[in-house]
Design a protein around this ligand. Structure first.
Ligand code: 5GP
Length: 208
């Protein structure tokens, strides 16, 4: 593949773009990090965001925290593969970094929302999309309440948004696989198996 990046001895033709989405509280960050740990040549795309950094966040690991002005400048420079407004804050994926990692043959993991995923699938139809579902809406509401991260009002908002997101995911054609997180370890294993199979299918397509 002609990529514009100098070829390194460690490069392979195994590059695959993986999208992982799911409503807040469904456990997708833990699942994403589980997939990342299990698959040797995977890399996690650190998004840019204008949301406030919390104590749980590490700059450069979870997100690149930027100002509104910086984010708008990046939009103007066409630096994003996709970006979306989520809960009133902007989140975006850096295009150049993703393209370079794919050219290196890596599994590039995007943990992004449904709107962003639709943009990626349109530009890169070969991307593989996983959507994590809760066992039921009641379980999801319980999980959102239990993590005690937001106020009751914010939880209501996130729950309403979650229902809209699940509906949008189900009715669209962005996701190749829906995984129900009833048991976290089982969901991680199912995700890893799904990704490995998608990777084999994708490398077979490259060969033909
Ligand atoms: P949180 O603020 O809880 O870390 O993330 C809120 C939501 O933003 C999650 O659904 C997450 O998947 C989504 N998100 C994180 N990074 C990006 C990104 O780069 N693009 C898009 N479209 N959504 C993102």
């Amino acid at each position: 593949m002609e990529t514009g990046y100098p070829r390194l001895p460690t490069d392979t033709d195994n590059g695959l773009l993986l999208i992982i989405s799911g409503p807040s509280g469904v456990g997708k960050t833990t699942i994403t990090r589980g997939v990342e740990r299990a698959i040797g040549d995977s890399v996690f795309s650190v998004s840019c965001t204008t949301r406030v950094k919390t104590e749980a966040d590490t700059e450069g690991v979870d997100y690149h925290f930027v100002s509104d002005e910086e984010f708008n400048e990046l939009i103007e420079q066409d630096a994003f593969l996709e970006w979306a407004d989520v809960f009133g804050k902007k989140y975006g994926t850096r295009r150049k970094w993703v393209e370079e990692q794919l050219a290196r043959g890596r599994l590039v993991i995007l943990e992004i929302d449904v709107k962003g995923a639709a943009q990626v699938k349109e530009k890169m139809p070969e991307a593989f999309g996983i959507f994590i579902m809760p066992p039921s809406e009641e379980v999801l509401l319980g999980r959102l309440q239990n993590r005690k991260r937001e106020s009751a009002e914010q939880i209501e908002k996130r729950f309403a948004e979650a229902k809209t997101e699940m509906e949008a995911a189900r009715s669209g054609e962005v996701y190749d696989k829906f995984i129900i997180n009833e048991d976290l370890e089982a969901a991680i294993q199912e995700s890893i198996g799904t990704v490995n199979a998608a990777r084999i299918a994708s490398s077979m397509r490259h060969e033909h």
